[in-house]
Design a protein around this ligand. Structure first.
Ligand code: AMP
Length: 316
């Protein structure tokens, strides 16, 4: 089994209260692949420019990910994003987005990428997500992420691709923006497809930064706090790393749509992986994290969340 991901492969510039980086490897597909590669073989799809070097390609190929469908565009420049975080790291301002090689990219997937059973449409123009979805008709589980920019400027295509996935993973404010509903549960329900055999997402995951994440399906609601860290250095890519752990765990489990139990475990793996991502700048922590360290944090999360119900007689 394998996982195919399309999404931005980028150079990022960030300013956080703990330092700045002028140019570091980033992008939604990059962060996703680094996390998902702990579970299964990942095929990375996307273009890069001539400024993308051997070192960056080596990181993309961490833990055996295939970079055969990473297209080097002659004379092109790699996608660039620049952001600045507020003092508590909860607010982020985008200072610059340059699509560069993504502007004219037409994905042509290899047979191996098309054959993956699991597909992740990471954040990029919804039109490109649609083109990749078309080329992977056999995928048994398809998940999608997006962002406010695409809700603003490419809403129709975004709504179309959302109707063709099993799982939608969005920040909670993006879910509210997409649906026009101020309440998280009603926003999730506005896009939730109640019939898993019909088209459209039957699993919604709302990412909530340091407050963790929530899973909403027709008959379940499950929320996990973020892993309690005292020091967060750079949140860039936390959402994509979460998605890599979440989707990677689902890919590691056998066929069909994931059960409630699988989804809860997937939430824990996503949460644990995101916690490593934010401890360093860019990809530096997740590219070298060990499987044992991830499992240890998953077990911690389980201990923190677990309680035995001890009933009390309530006054009526
Ligand atoms: P996250 O922090 O998980 O929301 O994702 C951060 C990553 O998203 C960065 O590495 C950026 O390169 C990438 N990114 C930022 N803006 C966009 C965009 N408009 N389309 C695709 N990727 C983007």
């Amino acid at each position: 089994m394998s996982i195919t991901v399309v999404g931005s492969i980028a150079f990022d510039a960030v300013e956080t209260p703990f330092g700045t980086r002028e140019r570091m490897l980033g992008g939604a597909a990059t962060h996703f692949a680094l996390a998902a590669s702990l579970f299964d073989r990942v095929h990375v799809v996307g273009p890069v420019g001539e400024d993308f070097g051997e070192d960056e390609l080596r990181v993309l190929g961490t833990r055996g990910s295939s970079i055969d469908d990473v297209e080097l565009v002659a004379g092109g420049k790699t996608f660039f994003w620049k952001g600045r975080y507020g003092w508590d790291l909860n607010t982020r301002e985008t200072l610059d987005t340059q699509l560069n090689v993504f502007e004219h990219f037409q994905p042509k997937l290899s047979a191996a990428s098309r054959a993956s059973e699991v597909l992740f449409l990471a954040n990029i123009q919804p039109g490109l997500q649609l083109e990749v979805r078309e080329q992977c008709p056999a995928a048994r589980f398809v998940a999608l992420d997006s962002m406010n920019l695409w809700i603003d400027i490419a809403r129709d295509q975004l709504v179309e691709i959302i109707s063709r996935v099993d799982c939608l993973i969005l920040n909670d404010d993006e879910l509210r923006q997409l649906t026009g509903k101020p309440n998280l549960v009603s926003a999730a329900r506005a896009v939730l497809n109640p019939d898993p055999s019909a088209a459209g997402p039957s699993i919604i995951v709302a990412k909530r930064g340091e407050h963790g994440s929530a899973l909403i399906t027709e008959d379940a609601f499950f929320a996990l706090p973020a892993y309690p860290l005292e020091m967060v250095v750079d949140p860039t890519g936390a959402g994509d790393t979460f998605a890599g752990g979440f989707v990677g765990y689902i890919a590691s489990q056998s066929g069909g749509l994931p059960s409630d139990q699988v989804l809860r475990n997937a939430m824990a793996y996503g949460t644990a992986l995101a916690s490593f991502n934010v401890e360093g700048f860019g990809t530096e922590r997740v590219r070298e994290v060990s499987g044992e360290a991830v499992v240890e944090r998953v077990q911690d999360l389980w201990r923190f969340a677990h309680f035995d119900h001890v009933a009390v007689e309530l006054v009526t």
